[in-house]
Design a protein around this ligand. Sequence first.
Ligand SMILES: [Zn+2]
Length: 144
Amino acid sequence: MEYPDLSPYEYYEFPLPMRNVGWLGPSFTPRPPAPDVDPRPLRAASRARSNVMLGWHDCPWCPGTTAPHDGNGEYHYYAHDGEVYAAPVMLLHYVEVHGYRPPEQFLQALRVPGELPWDDRADDLPELVRWGFDLQRTIDGANP
Ligand SMILES: [Zn+2]
């Protein structure tokens, strides 16, 4: 599934608005990795896998189906400025092997030092709602 970088995320229901990063498809042309893109902040921020599905996505630019990586799920990045970015778990592979360059806005968000002001606990909300958790009822119960 290909989505333009920074377009609104619509692949799966999520309680917060997010922007797409790295959802590559036929319009992407692989190239050597960009020497000015440091993958370390991206790797450090790619902590918790979200939206894991039953299927797998093989890299369309690696030959064969036995590539040493898996393509199941997403990483969500909660930036200090309030933006939330959603990227496929293949993002690191795309950057390090196929020369994908994420949008500068996203790279800058990763360079901000320190822990993010709010973490990926929001990722638990869709799962809780899916399993019948009634958020409003819980809020009302806590605030009679
Ligand atoms: Zn590949």
